[in-house]
Design a protein around this ligand. Structure first.
Ligand code: FES
Length: 224
């Protein structure tokens, strides 16, 4: 994973000098949200992590073009954006599947079969930890404590918790995800919230845009 992140980093950082300031990866709506996010903070770079989440919600991962545009927005280098993004497990600097399946093998889960569950997950999905299956549906990760020890052995899918899971439960979960039966519960990777927290964004929106667009704070204009 680290090596892949490094490759993404080299790609992003390597072309930083020529691309910074000129990259336009975001579409108009995303760019507007990004600028609204930036406007919330006294220092532009304080919007860095929220912008990474915004980009990931659009693309499913942080691609080099998004990294360059974020760097442009907050006035830092793409390498600095990448350095921050690679610090956080929830941000992915390489493509991932629609569902990121994170199996915990830390102490509580380990004692309750976490390693066996991970081994089963590898076989069931046909990938090793860090890999994505052939149809791009599932990326498997081995993770440290998910802070849901009462559900050990615990699995997280796109930020949603499931557990305790026996191997059969895991297969049922994967089957339901593959069939779309949990689409109301588990959105595609990168979507942190079903209803974006646009109440805060309203504080940074211009009066003209507020009056022209949907009601800020209602959440009705951009439900995912
Ligand atoms: S040890 Fe697995 S969630 Fe805490």
């Amino acid at each position: 994973m680290e090596q892949a992140a490094g490759r993404a980093g080299a790609s992003a950082a390597g072309s930083s000098a020529s691309a910074a300031g000129s990259a336009k990866h975001f579409d108009a709506a995303t760019r507007r949200k990004a600028e609204d996010l930036v406007s919330l903070y006294p220092e532009r770079r304080s919007a860095l992590v929220p912008l990474c989440h915004l980009a990931q919600s659009v693309d499913g991962w942080l691609c080099p073009d998004a990294i360059r545009e974020i760097a442009d927005l907050v006035g830092i280098s793409p390498a600095e954006v990448l350095g921050t993004a690679t610090f956080y497990d929830l941000l992915h600097t390489e493509p991932v599947g629609r569902h990121v399946v994170s199996v915990c093998t830390n102490v509580a889960c380990l004692l309750r079969g976490g390693e066996d569950l991970l081994a089963h997950a590898k076989t069931s999905l046909g990938v090793n930890a860090g890999g994505t299956d052939a149809d791009g549906q599932f990326t498997l990760e081995e993770v440290e404590c998910l802070a849901a020890c009462d559900r050990a052995p615990c699995v997280q899918v796109n930020g949603r918790f499931f557990g305790p899971l026996a191997p059969d439960d895991f297969d049922s979960l994967i089957s339901d995800l593959r069939d779309g039966k949990l689409d109301d519960v588990v959105p595609s990777h990168g979507v942190l919230s079903r209803v974006p927290r646009d109440v805060g964004l309203a504080a940074g929106m211009s009066g003209a845009r507020t009056s022209a667009g949907a009601t800020p704070g209602s959440g009705s204009e951009d439900r995912s």
